[in-house]
Design a protein. Structure first.
Lengths: 378, 378
């Protein structure tokens, strides 16, 4: 274990976790108690019983998001289970509050049965104004998100899919300005899990026409028989028009953009060198990227980004989900749409007035990030 | 609507509910983010994946209680549904924090199927150090609590049962000192729901031998055929040894103690007058008692208590659940026991050094209440 890991463990141990509950109302004496609790609360309960939507007015529903995971795809660690997902969901909840004033609460579910997860979240949803799904493996995550969106009238967002896709698209918009290339670039997406498929879908919707998605079996093409699922088949219909097969190494030759949402260390310096001139490398595997920022730069990549907080260009979902839910809660939308996602990416990219190789994306600590993203929702 | 109800609605509207989420760790810059979130949180997740009990060390599990309701028996309002239960659960969560430093979160479930509720709570329990069940109707609440206790290794507590029973027993211990009576008193418990049956059970365990429980059909006796359930049958075996039948009015004649956990207005002044000399009236229906404090006093009751915050002797569960969970979390017990409940009642009663008709129970705002209760657990 390195010093940094030790530091992080120490931070989590000091106060036993990171998240606390506070009262927004005074509780100093019997009078306060009479209003916030019994008997006064009965008037509130009666009102809500008649019109449950009053939970937005008299309850925290309009500012409360559930951060839900089953621990089946935690960071880049894999299916390590719901308990291991807890510290990540707790961290996410804090970022909601810190960056957009959204109250969020971590709920880790000790089941990986998709139908059961859907039922549980639906049963719980009453107290929440939105559901942020997190670290749920593909293809179950697609099924769960689709079912929840059909059953609930509060916005449901699988951050690993859409948060990642939005921030990637924002970064790519600016990176292409820097290297002076357009939507005809050849893009290789490595990883066909939740993030890879959502990124590909959003890039396609934005107008990128030359994308090849690679999974552990190599390039995905229409008609491939092995290791496919419904979502991969849909993606194959819109990508890799030449129906190329081959390994990641094969398809990276001559590519303009590499987007990795896969595993640490899958990309060598040689593979970066084989890319087209002024190559863009977004190595997003978390916590350790497909290739380190330093190695990718050293191999000649013009622009490098990772998902790490210690990276120069950090393409982190924290740029997206707080603002997106802020906007969704304020406008009380029933569901997110693709149009909102595309607009959020453009809004985020637009915050960097003069993109450069060192800065394709704003820092999450810059003021106005959440507001800009929130502004596109509604 | 009266001024007080309007005040309470206003309090709930001002900040849209009563509960907020805060960070216990700093989030000022990228370094902080790296430790609390990615990449640093990965070290914590890895550790927890190997040993989920580390959530007590690195997560908030050891101080976090879920306050769970299905809205089937909200206060005295009845089956008004999960949304209507939310403001009550939210209030409860605040009291946990205010009186014992316990973080608690309200979870209202949009299902009243007992087996489903058990499955949902079990699936969610990983992130919590305890489960407080609330406002769930009898006899489902017995089934749900029993099943959860069997499946979970964190303390499960149905507050309407045990919190009420403990505070009632504490009040009764002191009230009997004031009126100079002993365990041979005749006690009438009106209401055979969650609270009534739990109170009767705890009083019996404490050594009271002359109890009659009354439900909407009248006195419950062994062998009665109408409107019974398993729990009522168990209670009947230990109460009403003379197998009296009759109405509440009938059995109150000559009784020393009336305990109401039923409905507003069920007790008349005439019924109080028919009780034995130096009568004790605990009218606990919420928010409006079986008979008002003033009317009961006026009819000659020596000691009157209600569950209301504006009552002189307030027998409110808030005297119990914060401290009991504080103790349970600190000692990390796997389940509560009857012995703990009896000890909690004695500890609570013991805090009033010189009981009087005006003071049979401490105020929740007196320092040391939660500590005294917490001290009996472990």
């Amino acid at each position: 274990m390195n010093d940094f890991d030790r530091d992080s463990l120490k931070l989590h141990e000091e106060k036993h976790g990171k998240l606390g509950i506070v009262s927004k109302v005074p509780l100093r004496n019997r009078d306060d108690l009479s209003r916030a609790y019994t008997p006064g609360v009965a008037a509130v309960s009666k009102a809500v019983a008649e019109d449950p939507s009053l939970l937005y007015k008299y309850g925290g529903k309009g500012n409360m998001v559930a951060v839900v995971s089953d621990g089946s795809a935690v960071l880049g660690l894999g299916n390590v289970g719901a308990a291991a997902a807890y510290p990540v969901m707790e961290g996410k909840a804090l970022l909601f509050k810190e960056f957009a004033g959204v109250d969020a609460f971590p709920l880790v579910l000790d089941t990986q049965d998709a139908a059961e997860i859907v039922d549980i979240v639906c049963a719980l949803a009453l107290g929440f104004g939105g559901i942020n799904l997190e670290d749920i493996s593909a293809p179950r995550c697609f099924e769960i998100e689709t079912a929840l969106k059909a059953r609930l009238k509060i916005p449901v967002f699988h951050d690993d899919q859409h948060g990642t896709a939005i921030v990637l698209l924002a970064g790519l918009i600016n990176a292409l300005k820097v290297v002076e290339k357009d939507k005809n670039v050849r893009i290789v997406v490595n990883g066909a899990g939740a993030a890879g498929l959502a990124i590909t879908r959003l890039l396609h919707l934005y107008g990128f026409g030359n994308i090849i998605v690679v999974d552990s079996q190599g390039a995905i093409f229409q008609g491939r028989s092995e290791n496919m699922n419904t979502t991969k088949a849909e993606i194959a219909a819109h990508t890799n028009s030449e129906r190329l097969s081959g390994t990641l190494e094969d398809v990276m030759v001559g590519a303009d953009v590499f987007i990795g949402v896969s595993k640490a260390g899958l990309v060598s310096q040689g593979m970066v060198r084989s890319m087209a001139d002024r190559a863009i490398v977004f190595a997003m595997a978390n916590p350790d990227p497909e290739i380190s920022e330093a190695d990718a730069k050293d191999a000649g990549a013009a622009i490098v980004a990772t998902g790490r907080s210690d990276s120069l260009n950090q393409l982190n979902n924290v740029l997206v989900f707080p603002g997106l839910f802020r906007g969704a809660l304020d406008a009380r939308i029933e569901q997110f749409t693709d149009e909102m996602f595309l607009a959020a990416a453009e809004a985020l990219a637009g915050l960097v007035l003069e993109p450069s190789a060192e800065k394709i994306i704003p820092s999450p600590f810059e003021p106005g990030v959440a507001d800009a993203v929130a502004g596109v929702v509604g």
